[in-house]
Design a protein around this ligand. Sequence first.
Ligand code: 13P
Length: 245
Amino acid sequence: MRQLIAGNWKMNCLLQDAVALAQGIAAGADGIAADLLVCPTALHLAAVAQALQGGAVAVGGQDCHQEKQGAHTGDIAAPMLRDAGASWVILGHSERRQNHGETDELIREKTLAAVDAGLTPIVCVGETADQRQGGQETEVVGWQIAGSLPKPFTGAIAYEPIWAIGTGKTATEQDVAMMHAFIREELVRQFGDAGHAIRILYGGSVRAANAASLLAVPNVGGALIGGASLKADEFLAIARAAQPG
Ligand code: 13P
């Protein structure tokens, strides 16, 4: 399967910058041997989707509510993301787990809602620095996988160690190889053969300079990129480092 190179724009860009960034990425996307995805803030999703219409770059949301509709002030339902042009959605990002108290159970409900609306979810997992120091990284990620994924699961996982997000501290290739092999084992244990086909993205300080070595690690199915996805050239350079699938 082709690798997926996904940009999580988080709470960045004003509308004009977001559309220009999307256009810059689309303009350089020819000949790239990876699936490309950008995830702008929900407010910009329709404009970005329109700018990318018919091209090779897909659009995704950064979160959705677990209900289809209703009295949930300030929230966004999965069918609304779909309606605005999204085909993917990031769920359970550590910034949402930490800043909004999202639990595995809630993320599982959101994942079901996303799939129901025709979106492909990217479910994020990853340990804190303290948990890694305490040798608990596999235990934590194992619980997150067991709790956050519905059965069956059709989507991708993103392994994003929290200590590597926005810090410039990338996990070593050995860390990534070990954690992705562990996640693959868990997926196969939970989902049988289908677990082999689930893409496992790595996220955490991915840049053009380290992309080739990270993307070459076994069981790495792509990258989820924050800061470096906000520059078209840098994002495209990461995408060009993808392994042909
Ligand atoms: P950075 O690439 O800025 O470390 O962010 C990673 C991330 O959180 C992507 O979801």
